[in-house]
Design a binder for this molecule. Sequence first.
Ligand SMILES: [Mg+2]
Length: 233
Amino acid sequence: MSIIHPWIILFDIDGTLLTVDRNFNRPLLRSIIDDLGIDYPGMEKDPFSGRTDHDIISSFLVNHDYDEDLYQTFKEVYLERIQKEINENHVLRHEHIDEAIDFFDRPGFVTGLLTGNYPDAAIIKLKTANIHHEFAFGAFGEFHKDRNMLPQLALTSIKDMLTVEPDPQRFIIIGDTPRDVICAKSAGMKCVSVTTGKFSRSDLETHGPDLIIENLKDPADWFEKLTGEKVQA
Ligand SMILES: [Mg+2]
């Protein structure tokens, strides 16, 4: 018999809660690529949306046989430098995110992160954007290149944390890219798409999320639309 557990609300970071200025991020990566003598001329044109940090950084090493030591060095340098160099002018904090984070901070809900970021990068970006909510757990893109592996991490965390058999249908992934939708569907989780990232409503619609919203405003309304459950705002 399965027990009904709280709703698990999983926030993506980039494009959903905040956006890091491309004019900060790309030159930072370029300078690490060059400092480490990596042959990867095309980075500036690569799409990063919805990809894990592990996948993005590994992909720079295509001309170096994906050397594992070089990957580890890159990761270390990246985390050191982002910590040192990022400031609030580099980060756009999306509107209405507090409303949603505060709304789900109540009994019957657990809030977590499901993001392609390395855990340290996630913390640095959130702090810089002045987001200090304590998410109960995170499924991060540290050890998996494939975003579709992240829901499994979330299921395991909840199983350990709540000691229940997790029901994917009570997990809601909130993200801005087709990859968020695909990864939610691959795990049987619900997906809310926001158009605060690079993708339009019609881009996202193609992938069939359960709901598409412009931003995280009025969470009681969109939560009810999604689940049929009324929760006092
Ligand atoms: Mg995103």
